[in-house]
Design a binder for this molecule. Structure first.
Ligand SMILES: [Zn+2]
Length: 196
């Protein structure tokens, strides 16, 4: 009896620990399961379209503020541009991951640690002020796009690629999206069958 009480207590304690740990880690990790490649491609396309609409609007609106607010020492997103892009990315990621803290954190990370260092650096090497407004729109969009869905010439990866999975069409096992709809093992079997 004594052992059983201890066991129950252990389970409760472990559950509590797990819950706390999960909460602590939630903002770091997210996972998206797509039913197939079409759904994956469609989700990325929709996401980038919505983000593009935001960037197309908020960069021109405050283009002049991007260097003025720093007293001409560097360029960065103006406060409203930063908030708009951050919240738009947050909203798009939340739609896909259903994870609020992760989406919030990644939105801030992309504006503050990805876009702003690029703008800062372009200003420092004397290029930013020669850029036309539409160049800055393209620049910011392409930085975000590369970060989220990877190098377009390589066709995979990015943040979304790293958290996206399919259930293997053959065995149902979770599999990374960059290998196609079949998991490694099932893909291997197909290859073997064809070569025989
Ligand atoms: Zn499989």
């Amino acid at each position: 009896m004594c052992a059983k009480i201890l066991y129950d207590k252990d389970v409760i304690e472990k559950n509590r620990e797990n819950k706390e740990l999960k909460k602590k880690l939630e903002w770091r990790y997210a996972k998206i399961i797509f039913p197939n490649e079409d759904a994956y491609e469609e989700a990325k396309k929709n996401m980038m379209e919505n983000i593009k609409t935001c960037i197309d609007e908020c960069i021109p609106n405050e283009h002049n503020f991007m260097t003025n607010l720093s007293g001409g020492r560097y360029a960065e997103l103006a406060p409203r541009q930063r908030m708009n892009i951050w919240l738009t990315i947050e909203g798009e990621l939340k739609k896909l991951t259903n994870n609020s803290s992760y989406s919030y954190g990644k939105g801030a990370h992309i504006t503050d640690d990805v876009i702003n260092p690029a703008l800062f650096s372009l200003y420092k090497i004397g290029i930013f002020e020669d850029l036309l407004e539409e160049d800055v729109v393209d620049l910011v969009y392409n930085i975000v796009k590369y970060h989220l869905i990877g190098n377009p010439y390589e066709g995979c990866g990015g943040l979304i690629g790293s958290i996206s999975y399919y259930n293997c069409k053959n065995c149902g096992k979770e599999t990374e999206t960059d290998g196609g709809e079949l998991c490694f093992d099932c893909d291997d079997d197909c290859y073997d069958d064809k070569s025989e």
